[in-house]
Design a protein. Structure first.
Length: 54
């Protein structure tokens, strides 16, 4: 096992992600400024494309 040092901000993010997974939530990660199509956004949000676009 490797021990890493994290900033407080990153440690909080990892904690929130871990909590979400423990509650069974799905997590999607994209690089900053990434653009997605409406169809891709709907899929990431677990919505139908027509519902997302309205």
């Amino acid at each position: 096992m490797e021990i890493m040092s994290l900033s407080r901000e990153n440690a909080d993010l990892v904690s929130r992600l871990s909590d979400a997974r423990a509650r069974g939530q799905e997590i999607a990660v994209a690089r900053g400024g990434a653009e997605v199509t409406p169809t891709e956004a709907a899929a990431l949000l677990g919505m139908s494309r027509p519902r997302f676009g309205s």
